[in-house]
Write a protein that binds this ligand. Structure first.
Ligand code: SF4
Ligand code: SF4
Length: 126
């Protein structure tokens, strides 16, 4: 009978308490294997574009000329494919989530390497 099933569920919930957390008073503890968000150790990136080509949701954009890399966190489904194909293993899946955003633009995370200027005539070594 459904009434007994419901009573069992209600009783269990009364004993165990709510499944939700009182955030931010209580911080969620993530497990080591939680797929939270993709990060790039940009100084190791060689801007090969493999991650962008492999991404099924087109979340990553790589600009080799500008040494720039960006990810749209609202498009990313944390499938981990970019992490797997990166030849220098500079991508990683962090086990915590990105900050909440209120606009789509805020979800676009940009990274870039400093492009060192070519030495000028007065900087050339002799
Ligand atoms: S695959 Fe790795 S090295 Fe290549 S552009 Fe992406 S993050 Fe950079
Ligand atoms: S985890 Fe998947 S969806 Fe997210 S950026 Fe990497 S390849 Fe794209």
């Amino acid at each position: 009978m459904k009434i007994f099933t419901m009573t069992k569920t209600v009783t269990r919930n009364l004993v165990t308490g709510p499944a939700t957390l009182m955030y931010p008073q209580r911080e969620r503890v993530f497990t080591a294997i939680t797929r939270g968000m993709i990060e790039n150790d940009i100084d190791r990136c060689i801007f090969c574009g493999m991650c962008a080509r492999r991404c099924p949701t087109y979340a990553i954009v790589v600009a080799k000329d500008n040494k720039a890399w960006q990810i749209d966190r609202l498009k990313c489904c944390i499938c981990n494919l970019c992490v797997e194909v990166c030849p220098v293993k500079c991508l990683s899946t962090e086990n915590h989530y990105a900050q909440s955003v209120t606009t789509r633009e805020m979800a676009i995370h940009k990274e870039s390497q400093t492009i060192s200027a070519a030495p000028g005539p007065d900087q050339t070594q002799t």
